[in-house]
Design a protein around this ligand. Structure first.
Ligand code: FES
Ligand code: FES
Length: 164
């Protein structure tokens, strides 16, 4: 497999039973992909394999031979979406956010579903315990409408303050 166009992995060298997420986090050392449930239920570990979202916690690395894209590899492509997440407060703890960004980027590539219900269904494999999903849906719509201009709230520059 080729990870983010940069890391070539020979599956024959991996211990039996190695999962895709283990390759990413432990072998390669890129930790943007998060492990939540570890059993295919929450979507935190979502990455793209040949452009399709997969749950890397339940995929054996030995079965992956294509191009893997993680949230790190999608950083440039997801600039507008990440900025929209910040602008729309589409995250709180942030644990689900890499998976949301990865699945959202895959959806944006082919165009978002028109109805809100369809969009929520398309994102339903990615659970968020914090936000209630409104901000996530709004951020996806913002990113789709983005004209390529520089975002007005750069992701890395977002600042927060407490009122009490
Ligand atoms: S960590 Fe993979 S689906 Fe939850
Ligand atoms: S922001 Fe906390 S789980 Fe989604």
């Amino acid at each position: 497999m080729l990870i983010n166009g940069e890391f070539q992995i020979d599956q024959k060298q991996l211990p039996p039973g190695t999962r895709l997420i283990d390759v990413l986090r432990e072998q390669v050392g890129i930790t943007g992909t998060k492990e939540g449930c570890g059993r295919g239920e929450c979507g935190a570990c979502t990455v793209l394999v040949d452009g399709r979202p997969v749950l890397s916690c339940i995929v054996l690395a030995a079965r992956v031979s294509g191009a893997v894209e993680t949230v790190e590899g999608l950083a440039e492509e997801s600039t507008a979406l990440r900025a929209a997440f910040a602008r729309r407060a589409a995250f709180q703890c942030g644990f689900c956010t890499p998976g949301q960004i990865v699945r959202g980027t895959a959806l944006l590539r082919r165009g978002l579903p028109e109805s809100e219900a369809e969009l929520r269904t398309a994102m339903s494999g990615n659970i968020c315990r914090c936000t209630g999903y409104e901000g996530i849906v709004d951020a996806l719509r913002d990113a789709e409408a983005d004209d390529g201009a520089a975002p007005d709230v750069p992701f890395a520059d977002q600042t927060w303050s407490r009122t009490s």
